[in-house]
Design a protein around this ligand. Structure first.
Ligand code: NFS
Ligand code: SF4
Length: 644
């Protein structure tokens, strides 16, 4: 096929199928938007008040100021900061729902939710300074939930999880005055400061941008991750399968899509319910397949091994198979195009959050209080809809994978249950078998060849003995490419990394979960610092981050909290900041001194790999643990393997 949209042949195959049937997909709409607005792409348009909208001419000609006098750097900074605020709000509102669910589990034994991981509960209680002695778990969970909820609304002081960061990092934040006070408070202040006529200094705007983002990574996202672990169990390595081929010809297919696992956990239970399985059989099906899309998929994969149908760009293609009897969506990354597409099939589209309805979809208001009953109702509806299925076209491809590498699981893998710690990882980094660690995360974006950025980047990193930790849609992309199996170490990893992987039986690419689970990476990095031998701060570690195919505001919030935590972070595609040189200099250069971590933008995944490898080698040298190895350069043959 000329100019394929994806490096995943399953996607290309389904797109052909969609085309024959006259179905519109995200790629068609992306073409219609070309060329994208230059002002928007560079961050140069402002809609903060109705004297505008205003735009700055990127060629240097007039206008160079908005009606109010705002300069390019102020407009770019405000736009970027607003993205941070939105992303932080999204992750944090998810965290809030989880905290409320823990409160429910602690106080209502009939809620259907339970406290599943008492070890984690105790650990979080300790971080929060809650005494755990002689306390029943319900009481402990109640106090943890109340403390977490208080972190959202606190006006002064510091959010609780900040204490998990290395001392030196905390000191930097305190000196800059950017330790988040309350999660909601920082988001509100960010929105205030970026409204018309308030903060007019791009550095000052971005200082609060850092505070807001920290309220995400070390706040809302960490609350979501840690409290979900308490409620649903801390992930440990588990096998699963990925790609559209996981949909079943003969089972009732229920697809969950979105982000909060509060309902999908109940759907996972309902799909195993004997009465419902019998019902499915009496409807002529062989069983019930519950599969996921996007981060909800990651959540149910890492805890239950449930299959993943695809990442964000595959949501329409799942429907286009004609095999989805019900698609259940809650919040975030859900395409408004779904109802129109579902009309071509029997697929029942159900929204479950009162925060997110879509015209044309059925809305069911499912709260934690009635989640199990709601889940059963949904599965019943899907079963009833099975009879309405028409012709199906399910691609055959699916790939095996191992996921569930929470930072606790990494400890266990490397050190065993008795001497479990990050000592072995640090040792292997110091002795050079592993050169460093890279977090490769984030979305998919139709502006670039689907999955190519993720797969191409990760392939180069592991070939250069860099251990890769993944979350989100990026993890799904690499899972489809077969990187998430222990066997892939032999095939793709450099000699040193392959040796470590073989010794402990782990893949060279570790799937840590959904996007809120990037907080697991923050905790892992903090542990690496605490164990010693690799410096005193996250910014000393030979590590880096990347989001090669990002698109969401949430990705910007994540990038900013990684940078503010001291991690060099590269974004693919491009960043909407190029309209201001001053702003670019700030986040690409000045941040090095401010945070010891900085942003970079680079659309080419091979060049991203180069930047990361060079950075990791430089950090190693600074630590005195030897020069980096020669970089493995990919020849044409190796590169061809990436193409379809
Ligand atoms: Ni993350 Fe998860 Fe995917 Fe991007 Fe969307 S699903 S929260 S935002 S698109 S990685
Ligand atoms: Fe224009 Fe200033 Fe209003 Fe923005 S805030 S729209 S730059 S007048």
């Amino acid at each position: 096929m000329s100019n394929p949209k994806s490096i995943d042949s399953t996607v290309n195959e389904m797109l052909e199928h969609a085309k024959t049937r006259g179905l519109e997909t995200i790629w068609d709409r992306a073409d219609e938007q070309k060329p994208h607005c230059v002002y928007g792409e560079r961050g140069l348009c402002c809609r903060a008040c109705y004297m505008g909208p205003c735009r700055i001419n990127p060629t240097g000609k007039k206008p160079q100021k908005g009606v109010c006098g705002a300069t390019a750097e102020v407009i770019v900074a405000r736009n970027f900061a607003k993205m941070i605020a939105s992303g932080t709000a999204a992750h944090s509102d998810h965290g809030r729902e989880v905290a409320k669910t823990l409160l429910l589990a602690a106080t209502n034994p009939d809620s259907g939710y339970a406290i599943r991981d008492v070890r984690k509960l105790k650990r979080v209680a300790q971080v929060f300074g809650i005494s755990i002695q002689d306390k029943p778990k319900e009481k402990m969970a109640l106090e943890v939930a109340e403390r977490a909820l208080a972190d959202f609304g606190r006006q002064e002081g510091e959010i609780s999880f900040i204490k998990v960061a290395p001392e030196k990092r905390q000191a930097i934040w305190r000196k800059l005055g950017i330790v988040p006070r309350g999660i909601d408070r920082e988001v509100v202040e960010m929105i205030h400061r970026t409204s018309m006529g308030v903060d007019q200094d791009h550095r000052n705007i971005m200082l609060h941008g850092a505070r807001t983002a920290l309220a995400d990574g070390w706040g809302g996202s960490m609350v979501a991750t840690e409290l979900q672990d308490i409620l649903f169990g801390t992930p440990s390595p588990i096998r699963g399968q990925v790609n559209l081929g996981v949909l079943s010809k003969t089972d009732v297919n229920v697809v969950v899509h979105g982000h909060e696992p509060v309902l999908s956990e109940m759907l996972a239970l309902a799909a195993r319910d004997k009465e419902l399985l019998d019902l499915a059989r009496s409807a002529g099906a062989t069983g019930i397949t519950l599969a996921g899309i996007c981060c909800t998929a990651n959540e149910v994969l890492i805890r239950h091994g449930l299959p993943i149908a695809g990442n964000v760009l595959q949501q329409e293609l799942a429907v286009a198979t004609g095999a989805v009897d019900a698609m259940i969506v809650d919040v975030q990354c859900i395409m408004p195009s779904l109802p129109q597409l579902c009309k071509n099939f029997h697929t029942l589209l159900i929204t479950t959050s009162p925060k997110a309805k879509i015209e044309g979809a059925r809305s069911m208001n499912i709260q934690a209080e009635n989640a199990y009953q709601g889940a059963r109702t949904i599965v019943r509806e899907a079963i009833a809809n099975y009879a309405n299925r028409g012709a199906v076209d399910i691609p055959r491809d699916k790939m095996d994978l191992v996921a569930g590498f929470s930072h606790e699981a990494i400890t266990y893998m490397l050190g065993g249950s008795f001497r479990g710690s990050y000592v072995p990882l640090n040792d292997n980094i110091i002795n050079g078998r592993i050169q460093g660690v890279a977090g490769v995360v984030g979305c998919s974006n139709p502006k670039t060849t689907h999955d190519k950025g993720h797969v191409g980047l990760v392939e180069e990193l592991i070939a250069n003995d860099i251990l890769v930790v993944q979350t989100g849609c990026s993890a799904i992309a690499c899972a489809k490419a077969g990187f998430l199996t222990p066997e892939s170490a032999v095939k793709h990893a450099g000699k040193g990394l392959a040796e470590v992987c073989r010794a402990v039986g782990m893949p060279p690419v570790l799937h840590s979960g959904s996007c809120v689970d990037n907080s697991r990476i923050l905790i892992a990095l903090s542990e690496m610092v605490k164990v010693g031998g690799l410096g005193q701060d996250i910014s000393d570690l030979p590590v880096a981050g990347a989001a090669p195919e990002w698109m969401s505001e949430k990705a910007i919030a994540i990038g900013q909290y990684f940078v503010a935590s001291g991690v060099f972070t590269v974004f693919g595609i491009g960043l909407p900041v190029t309209g201001s040189e001053l702003f670019c200099r700030h986040i690409f250069e000045e941040y090095k001194d401010l945070f010891g971590g900085h942003w970079a933008a680079q659309p080419d995944q091979t060049k991203i790999a180069g930047l990361i490898i060079d950075h990791i080698h430089a950090k190693r040298e600074k630590l005195g643990i030897g020069k980096g190895k020669e970089r493995v350069l990919f020849d044409m043959e190796m590169r061809r393997q990436l193409e379809v």
